[in-house]
Design a protein around this ligand. Sequence first.
Ligand code: MG
Length: 376
Amino acid sequence: MKVSVIICAAGRGERAALGKNKVLAPLYGAPVLWHTLKAFAFAHQIIVTANENDLQEISALCAPFHAAVCLGGATRTQSVYNALALVTGDIVLIHDGARPYVTHNIVQGCIDSANRFGSGICAVACTDTIAVCKDGAIQNVPDRNALYHVQTPQGFVTADIKKAYRQAITDGNSYTDDSAVYARYIGSPHLCAGDIQNKKLTYPSDFTQGERALLQGERIGFGVDVHAFGAGEGVTLCGVFIPHTHGLIAHSDGDVAAHAVMDALLSAAGLKDIGHYFPDTDPQWKNACSMDMLKQVVTLIIEAGFAVSNLSLSVQAEKPKLAPYIDAMKENLANALQIYTQNIAVSAGTCEGLGFVGERLGVAAYAAACVQTNKR
Ligand code: MG
């Protein structure tokens, strides 16, 4: 079963008063649309609708996600119709680009509902009383128990929603969302669970107030390790062997850099330190390859519900000179952490002759890592 996703980003978002399309406005270090795309990165196919002015900027954002960009029309209905022509999945989810806080649970519930009932419309029950008003006076107060806030994603069997949109375009009708098109031409859409956090960014304050939802899943950790020089022909840092007049004394391979990284990751995930998982009293870890241990740490992180976002590593050594080996160290880390090298920084420095590093007694490594909950 293949899932396609249409992300609506062809609007102008004038109510946000940002002077630009709100999906391109910054939110916690990246454009709103980037966060939305990230939530759907699992999909078989992603299509983003864009207006002509934003085509270039949106295309650049979409490229890393292998998302196609489709020129929108004068109305939302026309834009979705244009995008539907490209859809190849069995199920299609249609989502507002300005809802970056959508979670994995919401998306999965929507897919399950579309599979089972032919449609899945994310919605939350109204908690406020809603009144129908005219000329500043309440005309009618509908039963609150029957009222829902309709959100996106809205999922459908592709063939059905294509048919409904073809009809809507033929009839010249315009709708504010897809459930209304489905309801008009196919049947009653099935509700599934939305979330009050799955807010559509509309007004300027939505941009500042909502950041907390994205931040919730971000955590930082810090790790330090030191090993003393001893007999040997070189040191191993992040799995890279660097010839030297000495080696590093250790129970394992003495990869001081890998050890600092492991502690930073475990710390970010709120787990215990490496001594707990790989005790140096255990013969199993005698001369062990620390990069293999690092891969095991990544598994622990994933099992604890996190994914690694980025890493910053600093190695302090008077000798040997590390600069020529830094790219290779980054490659090895990227491989072990399953992240891109762009998300890894490795720096090397000396201590200007000061302290144990300066006196060439050993090597120190400091690492900071960010992890993100993978249960959003
Ligand atoms: Mg160590």
